[in-house]
Design a protein around this ligand. Sequence first.
Ligand code: FE
Ligand code: FE
Ligand code: ZN
Length: 278
Amino acid sequence: MLEIGCHLSSSKGYEAMAKEANKICANTFQFFTRNPRGGKAKEISQEDIDAFLLKAKEQGINRILAHAPYTLNACSADESIREFAVNTMRDDLKRMEYTPGNCYNFHPGSHVKQGVEIGIQYIADMLNEILLPEQSTMVLLETMAGKGSEIGRSFEELREIIDRVELKEKIGVCLDTCHVYDSGYDIAGDLDGVLTQFDQVIGLERLKAIHLNDSMYGLGSHKDRHAKIGEGKLGLDAIVRIINHSALRKLPFYLETPNDLAGYAREISLLRESYKEL
Ligand code: FE
Ligand code: FE
Ligand code: ZN
């Protein structure tokens, strides 16, 4: 069965997200660990977690994906901003252990004039500081559109970060279909070629999740503007090829398209109809 969901608001807790997922026929979902701008995280309630775990089991939700606040910048030139990223992510990873065995995705960061090399080193340093051998959570680097000085615009940049991390078994990648297309990988015209490249540079075994978005702008535009499924430059056919591709079809897919809940429900239903059971 296709494992698909969308980004949900975490403000009402875990059980509320499971209920919302159920309404839209999602069997997984993504959520921010705290305010996306990075404020203080809400206290986790064990009661809420227990209720969530029960519901998840009933509904066939086998995994969920957490997303770090997008304002974190682990490779800022400003030491206090880097420190904030370390402290926030360390706290998030502690909280992730309430729902063990899931993934935590983050944006590598923007180097802002320091250069890619320094940026990559800062990101690897942070990961070496926060990753613990006993954690059950896998941390995912998201492929980025390459807006401004974003790191992670190429598979090589992500590979370079992974190479410098000691606990490599805790690191994976989340591929965002809008971002990779924006950064110049033609997943609409040559999906096989892009996945071969991914495999050669990073290794497909590291690919743990897909952000499934259409893109408002064209190949290599570096714009990072998500579009509804089938309403962007990727188009529905390309997205249907992505969810059915033999290297991807068993991964969890997360919609981050500009939609309300009813819109997500429509996209999930459309994609379920387009998924070929083998
Ligand atoms: Fe993201
Ligand atoms: Fe994304
Ligand atoms: Zn994006």
